[in-house]
Design a protein around this ligand. Structure first.
Ligand SMILES: Cc1cc2nc3c(=O)[nH]c(=O)nc-3n(C[C@H](O)[C@H](O)[C@H](O)COP(=O)(O)OP(=O)(O)OC[C@H]3O[C@@H](n4cnc5c(N)ncnc54)[C@H](O)[C@@H]3O)c2cc1C
Length: 422
């Protein structure tokens, strides 16, 4: 099959941020390619066993509009998602979050359908190998299992979740050091659950007692045992495994994955014995991706800080919003550290602009933020919002025949106000 090689926009990484960037830009008429090393869209949201969009709502009402709202609504109409407001977090019952529970398999299907309908060129099993930003155009090369390809595009979006595109372009990036590196989790899915019995258990003091018992017996490595029922099924996903490793070190990342997987059978046996509603249940899936909370991030034209979120700074160039509190999975104390934030905060466009670059944006969890701000903004609904706006920004730059660093805050705001209807 003859491969198209010239695009307006190349998105590297097809996670939530990348998929939303690509769909937004393609619907604006751009010719878009997505280079994704996995075999589907959605990244962690589709393939790490996650099933809850944290802080998808604010004070009991949905927070997001645009394509994000369309995706949530379509999942809800299909019976594959539902809002749950003011749900306490498993690690701290005082923290209550509005969430959208969803079936990740259905999210995977829907994102791909929307991408195909928008005419996006999808390149799966394709990993970025090199990139160059030129005056008029950018080039990337990427490798699939049997082929290397070279593509050119007027603009690039780094939605890799690890800033690998910006690194390949020679841009500055930073990763958490060993003391800050958050604990990783491997989620798994349990089927044939009596959801009513489980729900009664989750809302009783017995959950806390079971977590304590699990920790004391050594089966649970941390204070989290979070069961999430998956809409439209009799399945739950379970967040309970925990391991520390350096995900950028191949050998250590493999050791970490093996360690995480080794925790699953003992946890499953423990919950089947201790948790009502799981008597007839069975282990039906283990996520193919370990849930690595950290991300290598770009150094952007502006680094978002926790103080910005605390003050709810209203940036002139704001492109996305969120309301999730800071949650850091501390590797030293093995506890979850929470900092509540006062309301809906904003992310500026400059946090997506890698220092010194003109035709590249970073969308998703590799945006420029300090570690504490990152601990708040990294959740999926915010990353989708960032991604969608990055796609609109690329479309605006193309319309105005500008580089990405030249578009004005005023035209960006007016474009986004129209898109999100505010
Ligand atoms: C354990 C854990 C629990 C979490 N719990 C929640 C939760 O309950 N609720 C919530 O809202 N959020 C949660 N999050 C956060 C959330 O899942 C992520 O921060 C968010 O999904 C990030 O989206 P993204 O698109 O930026 O990155 P990703 O989803 O990581 O997508 C990046 C994509 O880029 C691709 N890629 C990477 N490098 C390359 C390359 N070189 N070439 C080509 N492709 C590449 C990857 O394959 C991937 O598909 C959790 C995260 C973890 C790890």
């Amino acid at each position: 099959m003859q491969q198209e090689t010239q695009f307006d926009l190349i998105v590297v990484g097809g996670g939530t941020a990348g998929a939303f960037s690509a769909i937004a830009a393609a619907r604006e008429g751009l010719k878009v390619a997505v280079v994704e090393r996995g075999t589907c869209l959605g990244g962690l949201a589709a393939s790490s066993g996650l099933t809850e969009m944290n802080a998808a709502g604010f004070q009991g009402a949905p927070l997001y509009r645009g394509i994000e709202r369309e995706v949530f609504d379509r999942l809800i109409w299909g019976g594959h998602a539902a809002y749950h407001f003011a749900v306490p977090m498993s690690s701290n019952k005082e923290v209550k979050i509005d969430r959208l529970r969803y079936d990740p398999e259905r999210l995977k299907l829907l994102l791909e359908q929307l991408a195909v309908e928008a005419g996006i060129t999808l390149l799966y099993e394709t990993e970025l190998t090199a990139a160059r930003e030129g005056e008029e155009e950018c080039q990337i090369t990427a490798r699939g299992p049997y082929q290397e390809i070279a593509l050119s595009g007027k603009y690039l979006i780094d939605a890799t979740g690890n800033a690998s595109l910006v690194q390949a372009l020679g841009g500055e990036t930073e990763a958490a050091d060993e003391r800050e590196r958050m604990i990783a989790t491997l989620m798994f899915r349990i089927s044939n659950v009596d959801l009513d019995q489980l729900d009664a258990f989750i809302h009783s003091p017995r959950l806390g007692e079971t977590i304590r018992q699990g920790r004391e017996s050594g089966v649970l490595k941390g204070g989290i045992l979070a069961f999430t029922p998956i809409p439209g099924t009799r399945d739950v996903s379970l967040n309970g495994t925990r391991a520390k490793f350096d995900h950028e070190d191949l050998a250590d990342a493999t050791r970490g994955m093996v360690e995480l997987r080794s925790q699953i059978e003992p946890i499953f046996r423990f919950v089947q014995r201790e948790v009502p509603g799981l008597e007839g249940a069975y282990l039906s899936g283990i996520a193919p991706l370990a849930g690595v909370r950290d991300a290598r991030r770009i150094r952007g034209a502006y680094q978002l800080t926790i103080e910005d979120l605390e003050r709810m700074t209203c940036f002139e160039d704001r492109v996305a919003c969120g309301c999730y509190p800071m949650d850091l999975h501390d590797p030293v104390t093995n506890t979850v550290v929470w900092k509540m934030l006062p309301g809906v905060y904003h992310i500026p466009y400059r946090s997506l602009l890698p220092l010194g670059m003109k035709r590249t944006l970073a969308a998703g969890k590799c945006l420029s933020a300090d570690p504490k701000a990152f601990g708040a903004v990294r959740v999926m609904p915010i990353m989708m919002n960032v991604g969608e706006s990055a796609g609109y920004a690329a479309a605006l730059a193309l319309r105005e025949n500008k580089t990405l660093d030249q578009i004005s805050s005023a035209s960006l705001r007016s474009c986004l106000d129209q898109k999100y209807g505010v």
